[in-house]
Write a protein that binds this ligand. Structure first.
Ligand code: UGB
Length: 617
């Protein structure tokens, strides 16, 4: 039945009312809803029918999309916005009534017996897991023009972050299913994209045959943006360059829960007997080094939620994991975001705020936003919430009166806030890993990274790459290899430790026990060296390396290297000016490039046994 528009002048006003006959019944309902929610200003400049009619219909298409993609629709969004904006104006602390304290978690030391037991349990269980990468962020802080997952995780192999992640999941899949002779169950990977990243992520996967994953093993799910707000009344903001378009901005990585809920994948995974969902972020090349052991912690402690954490430097831009105890006695273990931790501490009897203690770190473990959820309890919770997550708003006010904003704002949500709505019976824990092993995100552009106080990690492309070499050097050291210590160098005005450039494929060294099994005898590697091992079944029993050595072996080749001496001029690290536009952006943001002066390649193309014994090269 067509809508009755006889009273339209009364509710739709002088500009919208004459245009209502252009709209469908559904669009008229949306128009009524907008007016009821105080949004009549959106139509202030609408011309009479016949002028820009296509724009008017497009406007309502956008409104319909905004309405459907938010749990509870636009009405709920606007109601939540008004409440959060009022709280923000009143300076209300989102954790008011709670007192923070340092919670207990599992602390792991890489390579010790406990670590290896957890790793073993985690690898066994990985076949019952699914991975979710949140990659909808544009990376404004990094200022890189492409998608972040396409960046090289390091420039020795130039393997991108996405390639590294997928290869590691595939290695876990094989190891978990008991090796290549067993029936292998594909481990699913979901990538949450946004309008900013979707096409390029899809293209990257297509161009590289999903880096080895099956076509339906990796699924892209796009998050939608949310409407911007221009004032404390929650007035929707129009795009400054198009008055028929509501301005939108990302809602945050917390969308991943509603996106997964709506996809229907969670129940499919349950039918496939999956038990764990592992969430991770876009640019941390070390992240999988802690995954097997941390999954083992979830399994052995039967945790509903396990957040991975590292030691946190005070004021470092990573959230702090805290136990929050409410006046009424209830408790939760939750991430307190980096911009909220200091004010919360100051308002609860810690006038010094977010500071380091005698250990040189903040007492609160730093959240690295790798989360492991038990699928059964996750599904139960999402049946209640539909994936909606506690939101926040962060308007930049023009002045202390807090009456107007410098630019429009929007509601945001974070995936690590999921436990906030869980019942107190839920088992929420965390696992603290050593920073060198598990955390080196690439988030900051060279200028901002150079301003990070000395001693705090710059979280840049420079530090992210150097951290890969350091982690691999330290792991080999623990496995008994003599590794020369690092040189301290400065690139893009950031001081970094430069260790030998050691990289291996995930199939070679997925866990510490893999590495220990594959390196034997007397092995030593000098600081100027590069060592790349790409092949599953390569053992090294005695090596003196002072130069660059690349060992690449096809699947099923069994390579045994004994007493090998390699000496050459290696790859040199050459500083690059971050402002030099003639250098590719992915290199400029590191402040250095690698230059070939000498190398030894050992390539094994045939799937057969090869022994290299007592050779000097
Ligand atoms: N992301 C999305 O997928 N969609 C979005 O709308 C926004 C982001 P940032 P930030 O581990 O280092 C997080 O921007 O502010 C993806 C935690 O909140 O890098 O540094 C995006 O693509 C913080 O507690 O997050 O803070 C990326 O993969 C701390 O743990 C991810 O979400 C910190 O990360 C994170 O986006 C950290």
């Amino acid at each position: 039945m067509a809508s009755d528009l006889s009273d339209s002048e009364h509710w739709a006003g002088e500009y919208l009312s004459p245009n209502l006959p252009l709209l469908s019944d559904t669009q008229i309902k949306l128009a009524r809803m907008l007016v009821q929610e105080g949004q009549i200003h959106l139509f202030e400049n609408w011309p009479k029918p016949g002028v820009r009619d296509a724009d008017k219909l497009r406007f309502f298409e956008q409104v319909a999309k905004l309405d459907i993609s938010y749990p509870g629709g636009l009405t709920a969004y606007l109601q939540n916005a008004r409440k959060l904006l009022a709280d923000s104006k009143a300076g209300k602390n989102p954790f008011s009534g709670y007192v923070p304290s340092v919670p207990d978690g599992v602390k792991l030391v890489h390579g010790d017996e406990k670590f290896m037991q957890y790793e073993e349990a985690g690898v066994k269980e990985a076949q019952y897991s699914a991975f979710v990468l949140v990659a909808g962020g544009l990376g404004e802080r990094l200022g890189y023009s492409g998608i972040k997952v396409a960046l090289p995780s390091e420039t020795t192999t130039e393997n991108s972050f996405l390639q590294l992640y997928i290869k590691t999941i595939l290695a876990l899949q094989d190891a978990s299913s008991g090796g290549q002779n067993q029936a292998v169950k594909p481990i699913p990977l979901v990538i949450m994209t946004s309008d900013d990243t979707h096409k390029k992520t899809d293209q990257l996967l297509k161009e590289n045959n999903n880096f080895g994953m099956l076509p339906d093993q990796v699924v892209l799910l796009k998050q939608e943006k949310v409407a911007c707000l221009s004032d404390n009344n929650g007035s929707l903001a129009l795009d400054p360059s198009n008055s028929f378009l509501i301005q939108t901005k990302p809602h945050g990585h917390g969308d991943v829960h509603s996106v997964l809920y709506n996809s229907g994948l969670l129940t499919r995974w349950q039918h496939e007997s999956r038990k764990w969902v592992l969430f991770f972020q876009d640019t941390n090349a070390l992240l999988f080094k802690g995954v097997p052991a941390s999954l083992g912690v979830s399994v052995l402690k039967d945790l509903d939620v396990n957040s991975l954490a590292v030691n946190r430097k005070a004021k470092e831009a990573i959230g702090g994991i805290a136990r929050l105890t409410h006046e009424n006695g209830s408790e939760m273990v939750i991430n307190v975001e980096y911009n909220q931790l200091d004010p919360l501490l100051r308002s609860t009897g810690h006038p010094e705020g977010d500071i380091n203690i005698e250990t040189g770190f903040s007492p609160f473990p730093g959240n690295i936003n790798q989360l492991i959820f038990k699928l059964s309890s996750y599904i139960k919770e999402l049946a209640k919430t539909h994936g909606a997550i506690v939101e926040f708003v962060n308007p930049k006010y023009k002045d202390a009166s807090k009456t107007s904003f410098k630019s429009s704002t929007r509601l945001e949500c974070m995936m690590q806030d999921y436990p906030r709505t869980l019942p107190t019976s839920a088992k929420v824990g965390f696992t603290v890993l050593e920073t060198w092993l598990a955390y080196a995100p690439v988030k900051n552009n060279p200028e901002d990274a150079a301003k990070v106080p000395r001693g705090n990690p710059p979280h840049s492309a420079t530090s992210g790459e150097m951290a890969v070499y350091k982690a691999n050097s330290l792991i080999l050291r623990k496995a008994g290899v003599l590794i020369e210590g690092p040189k301290i160098e400065s690139y893009n005005d950031q001081e970094v430790e430069v260790w030998p450039r050691i990289v291996w494929s995930p199939k070679w060294g997925l866990t510490f026990s893999d590495v220990k099994k594959k390196v034997k005898g007397h092995c030593q590697i000098s600081q100027k060296s590069t060592l790349v091992i790409d092949g599953e079944d390569v053992t090294i029993d005695g090596l003196a390396l002072d130069g660059a050595l690349f060992i690449r072996a096809v699947a099923c080749a069994k390579v045994n290297i004994q007493s090998l001496h390699v000496s050459n001029d290696a790859w040199k690290i050459i500083p690059v000016d971050s402002a030099d536009n003639s250098v590719p952006e992915k290199i400029r943001i590191r402040g250095f490039k690698l230059e070939l002066h000498g190398q030894q390649l050992l390539l094994f193309h045939q799937p057969r046994q090869c022994n290299i014994t007592n050779v000097s090269m």
